[in-house]
Write a new protein. Structure first.
Length: 370
């Protein structure tokens, strides 16, 4: 039967997870280089740290860890990787398993020794026969099985190491409904991972240093307090400039221009600000029992969060973004995510058009109109 899953519902994933674990054992014992690319958030970084501890325990040193600026693997990314990491084994965490990455992956397949993807985002992409992909959405499961947690289920079948705080932080960082407890250490580690992935210059700090920081309670606490203050300050300001209005079908829209609050590369990132504003709005007495969709936007991007009541009304952020891709063509550069948390990148200054179309599609849920 093999190793039991922490959540028995994952049993349909046993074959792909055990196959990935065997693959990691093989490449850890080989001489070829391994490149681990992970998304810029706490979930992606927790997954990378889990694999770091796994490969360290296996004695594999020739591993390069690269933080991806986006969950989309672009053609220019593939050209760079093909030229700099020829014949390497590539592992992607928390991204790249999407149609927007297909052109880049197609280029990489020509030079990579192998391609492995561990991701939990909704995807209609067709897997190439040469790839290994671990994703719950292809096995009847949902986004709640985060990428960092999937890395844990793979890694613990490779070797024993200290993974516990990392997989828990992964669930916490992505607000997975699988994380139902309250643990101050997990919450501290989770926020620090989010903070590090946003502000730390990865060209100057190794994964070894990040691992040391997470293990050093005093050092980690100092980073946590800085991050906590930044989040609270940004959230207070953001809530103050958020505009709330109700569509004809009763769904509330909370609109916030997050570009006024934080610049790219600053902490908290715009998605986290949008999420914190959403949580704050949803707990207010006048809104707590209503369907709420929060839209954070800049001149070239949009981030959306929805509460359970909105999703029960049929809201699905990922589906709306996919429809806008079809309708607007090249105006939408990339986008996707989950039903209740999604994001998109579009041509600069199309923000008003995108918001109008987004709201129109939300208003059609239940037969209303803007």
């Amino acid at each position: 039967m093999g190793v039991d899953f922490l959540f028995r519902e994952m049993e349909p994933m046993r074959e792909v997870i055990e196959d990935m674990a065997q693959h990691f054992k093989r490449i850890a014992g080989g001489n070829e280089k391994i490149v681990v690319k992970y998304d810029t958030d706490g979930d992606g970084l927790s997954g990378a740290l889990i694999l770091y501890r796994m490969f360290e325990k296996m004695g594999k040193k020739d591993v390069t860890y690269v933080q991806s600026p986006s969950p989309v693997y672009r053609v220019e990314d593939a050209m760079y990787d093909a030229g700099n990491y020829k014949d390497a084994h590539f592992i992607f965490i928390d991204g790249e398993n999407n149609n927007d990455s297909e052109d880049g992956l197609k280029i990489l397949r020509k030079s990579a020794r192998s391609i492995s993807i561990i991701d939990h985002h909704i995807s209609t992409r067709k897997k190439d026969e040469s790839e290994r992909v671990v994703t719950p959405v292809w096995h009847g499961l949902g986004y709640e099985y985060t990428s960092g947690f999937l890395c844990y289920e793979v890694a613990r079948r490779v070797c024993d190491a200290d993974y516990d705080i990392l997989w828990k932080a992964s669930l916490y960082c992505d607000k997975s409904p699988l994380w139902t407890g309250h643990d101050e250490e997990v919450e501290e580690v989770g926020l620090v991972l989010d903070y590090i992935s946003t502000v730390m210059d990865r060209e100057k700090h190794s994964m070894e240093f990040i691992n040391t920081l997470i293990n050093d309670r005093e050092m980690r606490r100092a980073e946590y307090l800085v991050a906590k203050d930044a989040v609270e300050t940004a959230t207070r300001y953001a809530v103050g400039i958020t505009q709330v209005h109700e569509l004809s079908n009763g769904i509330l829209i909370a609109l916030i221009e997050v570009g006024r609050i934080v610049e790219p590369g600053e902490f908290p990132p715009r998605g986290k600000v949008t999420g914190r504003v959403h949580d704050t709005i949803c707990t207010k007495d006048e809104y707590k029992d209503k369907p709420v969709v929060t839209i954070g936007y800049t001149s070239d991007s949009l981030m959306v969060r929805a509460n359970r009541k909105a999703m029960e009304r049929g809201f699905n952020g990922n589906e709306i973004i996919e429809k806008l891709k079809e309708e607007l063509g090249s105006v939408v550069i990339a986008g996707g995510g989950h039903a209740g948390a999604a994001a998109m990148k579009f041509t600069r200054r199309y923000d008003k058009t995108i918001i109008e179309l987004f709201e129109r599609k939300i208003s059609q849920l239940g037969g209303g109109s803007v």
